[in-house]
Design a protein around this ligand. Structure first.
Ligand code: ADP
Length: 448
């Protein structure tokens, strides 16, 4: 059964329950109150009859009888001694237990059936006349109570039925409207499932209640999926493109080598083959590392001494740095938890770039210190710098400010992407400040 009908049904049932219960309570209260009114009346009449009692003569009961109020006196054998005129030919109905209780001395009241649907409320009390003990019966018809109670019963039934139909119609409509966005979410999800078109959105406009949040979250999720899907496609296209260039060079040179080349040309071709193969190896290795870093949270992180990594990497870069000065700035003994190979790669890539994008005689400064509870690793250089419009993109995969310059220096555009992914995977982040012509500073913050 759809949730709309289930909710509506529950509402209707609960409302009927509440109405039924309060109706029953009202019914019982009215019934008790009206019966009490009759009982008070009967006591009053009974007291009046007793008040006029004269031991020598029968009480003038017709003075107290009124329409609907009947009075009668009976003796121990059940014979009527006297009765009010309004009883006519009839006598008050006999209820043996009530009469027995009355003759036993108790003043008692009971509802007694008077044939058909009629009922009488009868009060009995003992009355002594000369040497006789008589039973005074004062009775009043309960017909007006019964008709009031029947009206209340009908009122309850009708209001329950009206409430039931109104909640079903109106409540159903309200629930349907409230659940409309959920239907739209389902439809959008279904159409995304059947076609790979991730551009569809629920486009919810309305109050930001639970369902509004659900619709907005769903749209955000599809937006992120869409972006991830597109960047995945771009990434595959970029990667294929990057691999195709060295492959073309390799194929061309292999063709050349099949011919009769001079020794110098042959060496040149082999050199080209070597460098393009090395380039492909670098691309493939970087892609593999990216895939590994992308694959999820770190498995078995271990304590990593960042200072040791800095020392090892600066020692590796020194022979490649030529006349550039590698300056070791502040260096604190800081330990993070993570994957030492990946962290080495992070520092190595930043240092490689610092060398690649500075000219000889420039300075490269390395520092490691604690700041605001993070381990801060800074690599700054006094090289060519990066123009502001490129800064937001340099951490993107395959993004290069200057294709040719990067290629000449052996870059494939994955170095900073790896730095960002590795930092992110270690719960940290990387930022950059740079000024064209003056140099750049990359800061990596890692947890300690
Ligand atoms: P590449 O393989 O081209 O070096 P990276 O991802 O390492 O790729 O860097 C992306 C781009 O950012 C580079 O092409 C370069 O233009 C710029 N870049 C990176 N580091 C520096 C730096 N220290 N100084 C100036 N430019 C830099």
């Amino acid at each position: 059964m759809p949730i709309r009908w289930r909710l509506t049904l529950w509402f209707a049932l609960i409302l009927c329950g509440i109405l039924g219960l309060s109706g029953t309570i009202l019914y019982l209260l009215v019934q008790r109150d009206l019966t009490n009114q009759i009982d008070d009346n009967l006591s009053l009449y009974s007291a009046q009859v007793h008040g006029t009692l004269n031991p020598s003569s029968l009480p003038p009961i017709n003075e107290f009888a009124s329409p609907g109020v009947y009075i009668q006196l009976i003796d121990r054998d059940g014979n009527v001694v006297v009765k009010s005129d309004n009883l006519g030919e009839q006598e008050l109905p006999v209820n043996p237990s009530l009469i027995a209780r009355g003759f036993a001395g108790s003043v008692d009241i009971q509802t007694v059936s008077a044939g058909h649907d009629a009922k009488l409320r009868v009060m009995v009390s003992l009355l002594y006349l000369q040497d006789q003990t008589l039973l005074l019966e004062v009775a009043q018809s309960t017909s007006y109570i019964d008709s009031t109670l029947i009206q209340i019963r009908w009122g309850i039934v009708v209001s329950v039925l009206v409430a039931l139909s109104l909640t079903t119609i109106l409540g159903g409509g309200v629930v349907r409207r409230a659940l409309l966005p959920v239907r739209r979410i389902t439809q959008t999800a279904e159409s995304i499932e059947t076609s790979p078109d991730l551009s569809q959105r629920v486009g919810y406009r309305g109050p930001m209640d639970e369902i509004g949040h659900l619709a907005a979250t769903f749209d955000d999720m599809i937006e992120r999926l869409d972006r991830a899907f597109k960047s995945q496609q771009e990434f595959v296209a970029d990667a294929s493109h990057e691999l195709r260039t060295p492959l073309t060079v390799i194929r061309g040179n292999l063709d050349l080598l099949k011919r009769n080349l001079s020794e110098a040309d042959r060496k040149e071709s082999l050199r080209a083959l070597e460098s393009e193969t090395a380039r492909m190896v670098k691309i493939v290795n970087d892609l593999l590392l990216l895939a590994e870093v992308d694959s999820g949270p770190l498995l078995e992180p271990e304590p990593v001494k960042l200072k040791e990594i800095l020392e090892e990497e600066s020692a590796r870069i020194r022979p490649l740095a030529g006349t550039r000065k590698i300056i070791i700035g502040r260096q604190e003994n800081l330990v993070t938890r993570g994957n030492p190979q990946q962290l080495k790669r992070l520092v190595g890539n930043l240092l490689d770039n610092a060398v690649k994008y500075t000219s000889e005689d420039n300075d490269i400064t390395l520092s490691l210190f604690r700041e605001d509870g993070w381990a801060c690793l800074k690599v700054s250089d006094t090289g060519i710098g990066i123009a502001p419009q490129h800064l937001p993109h340099i951490f993107d995969r395959f993004y290069r400010v200057n294709q040719i310059r990067s290629r000449i220096r052996g870059g494939v555009g994955l170095g900073l992407a790896l730095v960002r992914e590795i930092a992110g995977r270690h719960g940290g982040r990387v930022t950059v400040t740079s000024e064209p012509g003056k140099g750049s500073t990359f800061t990596v913050r890692l947890r300690i």
